[in-house]
Design a protein around this ligand. Sequence first.
Ligand SMILES: [Zn+2]
Length: 165
Amino acid sequence: MTADNPPRMVFVLKQELPFLPRELAWLHAPGLGLLDEWALAPYGIDDATDGLYEHRVPPDAALWLAAASLPALFWGLHDWAHFHNHGPLTQRALTELQCDASALSWLWRNRAAIGLNEGRWEGARTDVERITIARYADERMSFDPALLGPDRLREWAETPPSPRV
Ligand SMILES: [Zn+2]
């Protein structure tokens, strides 16, 4: 897993929303059985984060995620977390860390359903940790490895979600 956007990952539109830029899903995720479905344009992640918040559309009412690999699923979940964390991106490394932690926790919680064993999850976690360390270095901030520690992420994954307000 690297910091690059993986191929074959799209957010398929459940409904047409004029504020979301769209493109045909299969163009970005061929071979997944997507035919004439529309998807959020890959450049539209920030538009979706702002637009869904502005129009009070819950992300799961607007989109579903199609992903063809573990990196695709991880980065899709990372972006999914962005959709729920609207606000000015003033602390980039910290915001990205929260999205990474959410995505890794989701992968852990659902590892049986997606066929992910502990070793591959740990491999993904250490890849993400490397990416995070580089982001913190870019911002000349120190990174506390405990924030992405495996025990912490697993504990978080087992915590029941709080009700939507
Ligand atoms: Zn991000």
